[in-house]
Design a protein around this ligand. Structure first.
Ligand SMILES: *Cc1c(COP(=O)(O)O)cnc(C)c1O
Length: 359
């Protein structure tokens, strides 16, 4: 009999969130970002589901693009980190992948590619994130180098915001100014700038392409907010069940390190989920969790395979009752904040021993 721990993935909610992104982007087109196993939701299932609406997918690397191609044969796929090996250019050319060219090393490797290519590439501009990309002043030279490579066409300049999750940020305005300058210089090239947050904090509609990721999965792109507060629909429900219920007396300690000690008689439940499943070990006592639909909280340290919850607010709970670790009642963003991280990390870290079930 399987353990009752699973991640239920609601594909209707995924589509609702995609429609919101597409609406905010319009008339720019929203590329569905599905890197990191579809933010932990399952790359193939997410891509197959969105292939009816997304005009393009974005992944980080070639391996992800190849996995996606098994289920989505035709939609263009943007590889945001570009290729890592010279032989990969031909693979991109054959399978309709669009590699981003962000470095001189990639440019040199592409120039040296021996195969006959039929390849669209995007050029990444470093407008202030200072991670990847060419300085704005290098762009004209990069474009003329690319123009001289037979079979290679540059269609789009892309950049990435460092602080789009903060409304009214001066750095974001500077980054936008740089892209506006490049649009004047290269009016024939499309542009792509917006991650999820920028759909809310900037007007992305003047671009050709946006790149929403986290918002598609219903988690918050904005600092200090939750997906639920932003009107997004959570796509993943991480759920399990109570597998034991126990009454503690004052002075009884729970779990490793005896971190948590009952001050009064306490009914406690043990849930079959732990950090081995991707639930964050850093989540402290008091982190919200829902038992049989009612809010309560974690007590003691999270173990690898289980964790303990206070059944005070759910005194009639019994083994077999459903426990939501995150989903529609407890936002993944709230759990993330309690654990000192962001929803992105919790979603992408759900481990492979947790079956994904699609509804
Ligand atoms: C991951 C990523 C995105 C999507 O970001 P979200 O914050 O998840 O919307 C967009 N662009 C690039 C370059 C990325 O790496």
């Amino acid at each position: 009999m399987p353990r009752p721990t699973r991640a239920i993935i609601n594909l209707n909610n995924l589509h609702r969130n995609y429609s919101r992104a597409a609406g905010l982007a319009h008339p720019a087109q929203a590329i569905a970002v599905v890197k990191a196993n579809g933010y932990g939701h399952g790359l193939q299932a997410i891509a197959a589901s969105l292939s009816s609406v997304a005009p393009m997918f974005a992944v980080a690397m070639l391996e992800e693009a190849l996995t996606l191609r098994e289920v989505v044969p035709h939609t263009p796929v943007l590889i945001m980190q570009g290729v890592h090996e010279a032989t990969d250019w031909a693979t991109c050319s054959q399978l309709g992948f669009i590699p981003v060219v962000h470095s001189q090393e990639q440019l040199t490797s592409l120039q040296a590619a021996a195969e006959r290519l039929s390849l669209t590439v995007w050029v990444k501009v470093n407008s202030g994130m200072n991670r990847l990309g060419f300085a704005p002043g290098q762009v004209p030279g990069v474009l003329s180098t690319l123009q001289q490579i037979p079979g290679v066409e540059v269609t789009t300049l892309m950049t990435h915001f460092a602080q789009a999750d903060e409304a009214g940020c001066a750095r974001t305005r500077e980054q936008l100014g740089i892209m506006a300058g490049l649009r004047k210089q290269f009016p024939g090239l499309a542009q792509s700038v917006a991650n999820s947050a920028a759909h809310y904090t900037t007007d992305p509609s003047g671009n050709e392409w946006t790149r929403p990721g986290i918002m598609l999965y219903g988690a918050a792109p904005l600092a200090g907010s939750t997906g639920l507060e932003m009107g997004l629909d959570p796509v993943m429900t991480l759920e399990s069940e109570l597998i034991a219920v126990r009454d503690l007396q004052p002075g009884d300690a729970v779990g490793y390190g005896a971190d948590w000690v009952a001050e009064r008689p306490t009914r406690m439940g043990i849930v079959a989920v732990g950090y081995g499943d991707g639930y964050p070990r850093a989540a402290p006592s008091g982190t919200p969790v829902a038992v049989a639909g009612r809010l309560t909280s974690l007590i003691g340290r999270v173990s690898m395979d289980m964790l303990a919850v206070d059944l005070g607010p759910v005194a009639d709970a019994t083994p077999g009752d459903k426990v939501e670790l995150w989903g529609a009642t407890v936002s993944v963003d709230t759990v993330a904040r309690a654990a000192g991280t962001i929803g992105y990390e919790l979603l992408t870290r759900v481990t492979s021993r947790v079956p994904r079930q699609y509804t």
